[in-house]
Design a protein around this ligand. Structure first.
Ligand code: SIN
Ligand code: FE2
Length: 221
């Protein structure tokens, strides 16, 4: 039976470093920033995913991505053998993507402001689902029409090692551990930095189960 010592240890083990960590000139990890929003976020996310379920997409190079993708908002990021692009319609149904849920928008706008980007107006949210072993190769987010707006990235579920590189693919990226509820914001001079995610380790998150879900909000159109 766990005594007081075991409980203390459990609390300590779950503790995340609080506050704002700077990882670039205009890039921050906001530790646990999404946690107070989770109870509003999860039902919204469930509704979105019922309408636009996760699917495996293929890159222009012909590789199936290990993360499964969906989207909500006016525009959704997609990839197939003909290229990467934003579309107003879910290619699976030819219907508009689900609307960007209100709490998700509000959280992203507040997180952007916290990182120094006022008046963020996201119109696209990419939803990535990683199971054990899934990863995201180093890439730049550059299918958006302009790069004035930051990228706001919300992590849920299993932890990940986020790779935050420079403007050159060959430079060795920083490794940043991301946990359930962390929000990363990068923009301005850092907007086009290479980034990716190392293969997710096997595990079961108490709230999200055996997966990591990442929500990436951008101004695309
Ligand atoms: C992405 O860059 O598309 C996803 C980043 C992440 O999953 O943290
Ligand atoms: Fe990205």
């Amino acid at each position: 039976m766990p005594g007081p010592t075991a409980d203390l240890f459990a609390d300590h083990a779950l503790q995340q470093p609080a506050g704002r960590e700077q990882i670039g000139e205009q890039s921050y990890v906001l530790r646990g920033y999404a946690l107070p929003w989770i109870d509003r976020l999860l039902p919204e996310l469930r509704r979105v995913l019922a309408q636009a379920p996760f699917r495996q997409m293929v890159t222009p190079g012909g590789f199936t991505m290990s993360a499964a993708l969906s989207s909500c908002g006016d525009l959704g990021w997609t990839t197939d053998t003909t290229g990467y692009r934003y579309t107003p319609f879910d290619p699976r149904t030819q219907q508009p993507w689900p609307a960007l849920p209100e709490a998700l928008r509000a959280l992203a706008v507040e997180a952007a402001a916290e990182a120094g980007f006022a008046a963020f107006a996201p119109d696209a949210c990419l939803i990535n689902r990683y199971v054990a072993g899934a990863k995201m190769s180093l890439h730049q987010d550059k299918n958006e029409r302009d790069y004035a707006a930051p990228v706001v990235s919300i992590s849920l579920g299993l932890p990940a090692i986020f790779l935050f590189g420079s403007h050159a693919r060959a430079d060795k990226p920083q490794k940043v551990s991301l946990f359930h509820g962390d929000v990363v914001v990068w923009g301005g001079v850092d907007r086009l930095r290479f980034h990716g995610v190392m293969p997710i380790k096997d595990g079961v998150h108490p709230v999200m189960g055996p997966q990591r879900i990442n929500l990436t909000l951008r101004t695309a159109g």
